[in-house]
Design a protein around this ligand. Structure first.
Ligand code: NDP
Ligand code: 13P
Length: 339
């Protein structure tokens, strides 16, 4: 693999961990942060303490506050800001690409769906970035907590693009002995799996707060995945995708790990903490909060039965008690699997 120039946009937990992987693979890596003090911290101490504590970051990761310096000669751009910042950051990227007049491959690592428009991340990017500046577009997904990746836990992710050559390029750039990248061409399924597992992870945290064990969690994962798959298929996703890294893989990782912001938010909501306090105390993005509303609305729009998502909507947005919504779920008419 040649030495690529990689621009990582967003210096939170996941942007920093991905930049670290790319630098460890020998690429030239520039990490864009919109906060000058964070740039100094990363370059001077090789730490990003707000997001990754004392974990050292590879010295090849150069943090930069000026996006133009980061993007000007890049081959690959990894967009790793939260869903709500994706369009704004993409517009800044386009301004630079117009000036430098060059093409980049853009891969989003964000897991969410835009409220109101219901656009997936790659759809937002395709709307914002003119084709003439795109050497390829896709996403990366899969079970990959930044905290695990930075400490070299073996991790498998998937690079997804409708253009398999683009997915293979990203696979080659990011793969190494402990960070193994698969490819997939099902963008719709992968993005829906990646976004909606967060809703179920909040539910898993809420179950934990009630003291329930493996039976209840397995029930939640299985039926949660069934409804994610139903929604995905309503948008044309390949059902096999939900059996893969962007589906069951990421659901398992997120809904069982204390690293997960969504799971931890679920625990706190289940304990009766106010949503605004949960969000404020986390200090990092909890994508599943917004995705729960989006998924609940999409289910209604597409006439897809998503009882767990709707229950989570009532917990998060109507302040309903977790135990009550769980009893209502358990009291639904008995049904047949596989429908
Ligand atoms: N954390 C993880 O393990 C994983 C996260 N993801 C996904 O990656 C995305 C990012 O998550 P994560 O890194 O955890 O989030 P964090 O909350 O840790 O970090 C978000 C980063 O984006 C920055 N940011 C927010 N808004 C803007 C903006 N308008 N312009 C520039 N920078 C901005 C934040 O800056 P500031 O510090 O100023 O707030 C921060 O550096 C999410 O969609 C998440 O679901 C995917 C896989 C793993
Ligand atoms: O997507 C993730 C791991 O694959 C990260 O999940 P959280 O945002 O819940 O931490």
């Amino acid at each position: 693999m040649s030495r690529e120039i990689i621009a990582v946009l967003g210096a939170g937990s996941w942007g920093t961990a991905l930049a670290n992987v790319a630098a460890e693979n020998g690429h030239i890596v520039r990490l864009w942060s919109h906060r000058a003090e964070q740039v100094d911290e990363i370059n001077e101490t090789h730490r990003n303490t707000k997001y990754l504590g004392e974990h050292p970051i590879n010295e090849g990761v150069i943090a930069v506050a000026d996006m133009k310096q980061v993007v000007a000669d890049a081959d690959l751009v990894l967009s790793v800001v939260p869903t709500k910042a994706t369009r704004e950051v993409a517009r800044q990227l386009v301004t630079i690409l117009k000036e430098t007049n060059h093409k980049v491959v853009v891969m989003a690592a964000t897991k969410g769906i835009e409220p109101v428009t219901y656009k997936r991340i790659s759809e937002m990017l395709a709307e914002e970035i003119p084709c003439k500046y795109l050497g390829g577009l896709g996403i990366i997904a899969g079970p990959s907590h930044a905290e695990g990746v930075i400490k070299h836990d073996p991790t498998l992710i998937t690079a997804v693009s409708s253009d398999l050559a683009v997915a293979k390029y990203v696979q080659n750039v990011l793969s190494n002995q402990i960070f193994r990248v698969y490819t997939n061409t099902d963008v719709v399924g992968s993005e829906i799996g990646a976004a909606l597992k967060n809703v179920i992870a909040i539910g898993a945290g809420a179950l934990e707060s009630l003291g329930y064990d493996a039976n209840a969690k397995a029930a939640l994962f299985t039926r949660g995945l069934a409804e994610i798959s139903r929604l995905g298929q309503a948008f044309g996703a390949n059902p096999i995708t939900f059996m893969g890294l962007a589906g069951v893989g990421d659901l398992f990782a997120t809904a069982t790990s204390v690293y997960s912001r969504n799971y931890r938010a679920g625990v706190q909501l289940g304990q009766g903490k106010q949503l605004s306090d949960v969000v404020a105390d986390m200090g990092m993005v909890i994508e599943g909060i917004s995705t729960t509303k989006v998924a609940h609305e999409l289910a209604q729009k597409k006439h897809v039965e998503m009882p767990i998502t709707s229950a989570m909507y009532r917990v998060i947005y109507d302040n309903e008690d977790v135990k009550n919504v769980m009893q209502l779920l358990m009291g639904r008419p008995v049904s047949q699997e596989g429908k």
